[in-house]
Design a protein around this ligand. Structure first.
Ligand SMILES: Cc1ncc(COP(=O)(O)O)c(C=O)c1O
Length: 387
């Protein structure tokens, strides 16, 4: 089986599994306990925070461990909204955010907040000038994702960070769930106040994540209780999960430099296949090295249905995704592709290939070969049906 659905989730690294089982077996104390076992667990959490902070180039005090990307996004956005509800009730985001950002803004809208959702161009990119134009005296937060989970398009985060530096009362949140672990992510240098990460996207454990909170930024906590994680997130820490998250972050950071050019080469190979070996195919998002993540490729085959392609490709041995895993059960055309101006027939015929640190050259060659066999066959069946 060739696994080409690494943006949905990744297979945990064997080293991560080893560290986690060792921690579960030997370091089972509560990090808040005063005795030795508790101290051992507390030290482990501290080391994990330091290791993750080093990868990000930030202070360990600015990291809060969470249960994943969804919680980090909710914590950032609702935390700011609760904290600053008397300052202004205007929020800015984009039309292409993940559901765990999009739905939070919908909820806040129902509670009386005004939300501006910025449009994107045909490649799925938001314009920094549009962010600036939308700012009002009441704006408290801007949320823009780093890498889009459906298309791989990279948003101009450093540019937006620079322009928001001139508006110190406006906080900047970035969902970096798809980029961290595969690309260099620098919250502090980019002028970001809050940044979300998820362990299972870079060969770490599911149900683990992290939120970067720039030192000095105040947030209302969503979970109140024992005051763990500096009061930002109460609840006994998931010690094995945190150890696994940090291990995966360090491993991924060590592999990134060597893997990025490979992803780029392999993505180009798959794009070449589309141009020469397939017909009636649309490549979505920005496919330039600078503008698109090299590990995500979104392809549309107008007239075909995503589910049909996913199943037919799986039968031949390659696992891909229809749009994104989180929206793949829905029948509707993707909200993200629609925002990019893609028509419904094309959007419902879209699949996503995504590579991870375990993807090999052979996987890519075999994927191309399977596509060359399966897609024309499905298109032929469609033609016969239509005539
Ligand atoms: C861009 C983006 N943000 C957030 C999430 C949610 O992360 P998690 O699955 O850890 O809750 C995902 C997951 O697919 C994602 O792709």
């Amino acid at each position: 089986m060739i696994y080409m659905d690494n943006s949905a989730t990744t297979r945990p690294d064997p080293e991560v599994i080893r560290v986690m089982s060792e921690v579960m077996e030997n370091v089972y104390g509560n990090p808040s306990s005063l005795h030795g076992l508790g101290g051992k667990a507390e030290r482990l959490v501290k080391q994990a925070r330091q290791a993750t902070a080093k990868v990000l180039g930030v202070s360990p005090r600015s990291l809060v461990f969470t249960s994943g990307g969804t919680e980090s996004n909710n914590m950032a956005i609702k935390g700011v909204a609760l904290q600053f509800q008397n300052r202004g009730r205007h929020l800015i985001t984009t039309q292409v955010e993940h559901a765990s950002v999009h739905q939070v803004y919908e909820q806040l809208e129902r509670e009386g907040w005004r939300v501006t959702r910025l449009p994107v161009d045909e490649k799925g990119r938001v314009q920094p000038e549009d962010v600036e134009r939308s700012l009002t005296n009441g704006t408290v937060l801007v949320s823009v994702m780093h890498v889009n989970n459906e298309t791989g398009t990279i948003q101009p985060i450093p540019e937006i960070g620079r322009l928001l530096a001139g508006h110190p009362k406006v906080l900047f949140h970035v969902d970096a769930v798809q980029s961290f672990g595969k690309m260099d992510v620098r919250p502090q240098e980019w002028g970001v106040d809050l940044m979300s990460f998820s362990g299972h996207k870079f060969h770490g454990p599911k149900g683990t994540g992290c939120l970067y909170i720039r030192e000095g930024v105040r947030l209302s906590p969503l979970l109140s209780g024992g005051g763990q994680e500096e009061g930002f997130r109460s609840g006994t820490q998931n010690v094995p999960g945190i150890a696994g998250f940090a291990k995966a972050a360090v491993l991924a950071a060590g592999r990134r430099k060597q893997r990025l050019p490979l992803f780029q080469q392999w993505k180009r190979e798959l794009i070449q296949l589309c141009k020469e070996g397939l017909t009636n195919v649309r490549i979505n998002g920005d496919i330039s090295d600078a503008g698109g993540a090299p590990f995500i490729l979104s392809l549309s085959f107008p007239g075909l249905k995503s589910e049909v392609m996913v199943h037919a490709l799986e039968e031949e041995g390659v696992v891909v995704s229809s749009q994104s895993a989180c929206s793949s059960k829905g029948e509707k055309a993707s909200r993200i592709l629609t925002a990019m101006g893609i028509d419904a027939i094309t959007a419902v015929g879209t699949i996503r290939l995504s590579m991870g640190h375990q993807t090999t050259e052979d996987d890519v060659h075999r994927t191309a070969e399977i596509f060359r066999r399966v897609i024309p066959r499905l298109q032929q069946v469609m033609k016969v049906h239509e005539s």
